[in-house]
Design a protein around this ligand. Structure first.
Ligand SMILES: CC(C)(COP(=O)(O)OP(=O)(O)OC[C@H]1O[C@@H](n2cnc3c(N)ncnc32)[C@H](O)[C@@H]1OP(=O)(O)O)[C@@H](O)C(=O)NCCC(=O)NCCS
Length: 470
């Protein structure tokens, strides 16, 4: 079944030249390059190890994503209204960047509440109880505390078992992928002992009001249940192409809430990382069956467009046809429909693209192979692949995937600017007395049977964050 969404439109991307050989990583710019480690060829010890990890995963019935769900704040901003307020042609945002709406967090929403909401939804969708979770990793680059991880708040809010391993991962937008790949290895290694992993990517993307980055903000979380015998996407375990380089394309000093970014340089770093990670993946992966679709990290849709064009060049394919192999409209566009209505959610962006793809056409994709590209500034990237499982479409159809986008409040520009002003003091806002009094009695737990949600109440006199469930 194909679902129709508000569309995205894209201008053509400028062409670049690349070469890809067995013993070189393709590089597009004059970035400083560290001496490259020798690449793996298919007969190398690296490949043999990858095969043995894959065999361990196969013996378990495969490992991958068993369920996936997302959450967004209750409010959003129309990009055409932001364009008007900033004196910019609306097409620059809707077509030039490929984003239609941005989710904006309110005073009671933060990366913890968004994570809890997405996790609550994925547990309900999967039919699993919190008792079955043995590992909970939260990927975020907008942590709420320098020490206490969001995973600990989540552990309390979801009532996860005390025997569960919980922690937070950070590497800009790559943090969620680090968690996912860690969970896959944990299962393939046998450490899961039949339990599942809960991986949650949660972030609020903020740039300075009025800056070039402003139209590429957003907020939201994606939660995934990772297990043996996955029902949605079985991942190709042990086979992924990694790329890393020390660059200053995007950073957020400890004292700042808004990120700093060298925007055009970050685009270049992303594309270089794609070329490097994809080149490594091609050396390891079975190329006999082409990827039917590819999901890219989506800070904004146009960058996925550029990424796909680059990949087609590396493969010697043409991406401009309206249909058929290589076509952007066929291979990528369905994955950009949900992101176009949410904006950048940093760690969760790639997985919102995956959910968008499954929501759009899971039935057509059953048994087909899809590629996944994750990028985190700084930088780290990974290209890997998976196969959509038979029966995935029925599971997706049974979920109300797009429910978080319904009944959202459309912010006016003054409301949005006031929210951003209030953000500056959110981490010092005193919690209401009633909620502060609840501290010490242990966190309240979200009941899977109810629709109640976690909300951020503020900070108590000991500077602890207080949440309630309502
Ligand atoms: C992405 C970013 C660099 C764009 O900055 P900008 O200088 O304001 O925007 P640009 O002038 O490059 O315009 C963006 C696109 O809109 C196009 N555009 C501009 N005006 C347009 C119009 N009226 N109609 C249609 N398209 C238009 C431009 O041609 C450009 O497309 P191109 O990249 O294919 O050339 C900026 O938003 C940013 O820094 N974002 C945060 C960083 C980020 O997300 N990085 C991603 C890597 S992780």
């Amino acid at each position: 079944m194909r679902r129709v969404f508000a569309g995205t439109a894209f201008a053509l991307v400028g062409a670049h030249k690349f070469t890809l050989t067995e013993d070189s990583v393709p590089i597009m710019t004059t970035l400083p390059i560290s001496p490259a480690a020798p690449d793996s060829a298919s007969g190398s010890p690296d490949c043999a190890l990858a095969r043995s990890t894959a065999a361990a995963a196969a013996a378990l019935g495969g490992v991958g994503i068993d369920a996936i769900a997302f959450a967004v704040p209750r409010s959003y901003l129309e990009l055409t209204e932001l364009a008007a307020a900033r004196g910019v042609a609306p097409e620059k945002y809707t077509s030039g960047l490929g984003t239609l709406q941005m989710a904006i967090a309110g005073p009671e929403e933060d990366p913890v509440t968004l994570a809890a909401q997405a996790a609550h939804r994925v547990l309900r969708a999967s039919g699993r109880s919190p008792a079955e979770i043995g590992l909970c990793i939260v990927g975020t680059e907008t942590a709420v505390d320098h020490s206490k991880p969001i995973a600990s708040y989540l552990h309390g809010l979801l009532g996860l078992p005390r025997s569960c391993r919980v922690f937070e991962t950070k590497h800009a937008c790559f943090g969620g992928t680090a968690g996912l790949l860690n969970a896959v290895d944990w299962i393939a290694a046998g450490s899961a002992r039949g339990r599942a992993a809960l991986i949650v990517c949660t972030d609020i993307a903020r740039y300075t009001v009025g800056s070039a980055g402003e139209p590429t903000q957003g907020a939201g979380a994606v939660a995934m249940l990772v297990s043996a015998r996955p029902r949605l996407v079985e991942l190709e375990v042990g086979i992924s192409g990694s790329y890393a380089l020390d660059v200053h394309d995007f950073w957020r000093p400890l004292h700042r809430k808004d990120a700093l970014v060298d925007g055009h340089f970050s685009v270049q770093c992303y594309l270089d990382a794609l070329a490097g990670a994809y080149g490594q993946w091609r050396l390891l992966a079975d190329e006999r069956e082409p990827l039917a679709r590819t999901c890219y990290h989506v800070p904004y849709g146009k960058l996925a467009r550029k990424a796909h064009q680059l990949r087609c060049q590396l493969d010697g394919r043409d991406d401009s046809a309206a249909a058929g192999p290589g076509s952007f409209a066929v291979e990528v566009e369905p994955s950009l429909r949900l992101p176009a209505q949410v904006g950048n959610i940093y760690t969760g962006s790639l997985y919102l693209a995956l959910l968008s793809l499954l929501y759009s056409e899971a039935a057509e994709l059953e048994n087909k192979r899809i590629g996944l590209f994750s990028y985190g500034s700084g930088c780290a990237a990974e290209f890997f692949a998976g196969r959509v499982r038979p029966g995935a479409a029925a599971l997706i159809d049974a979920m109300d995937v797009a429910a978080p986008l319904r009944d959202r409040h459309r912010l006016t520009i003054p409301e949005y600017e006031q929210l951003r002003q209030n953000d500056l003091h959110a981490d010092q806002r005193p919690a209401e007395a009633i909620h502060a009094a609840a501290v010490g009695q242990g966190p309240l737990t979200l009941d899977l049977e109810s629709q109640r949600q976690a909300r951020f109440c503020g900070i108590d006199p000991k500077e602890r964050r207080i949440y309630s469930v309502q």
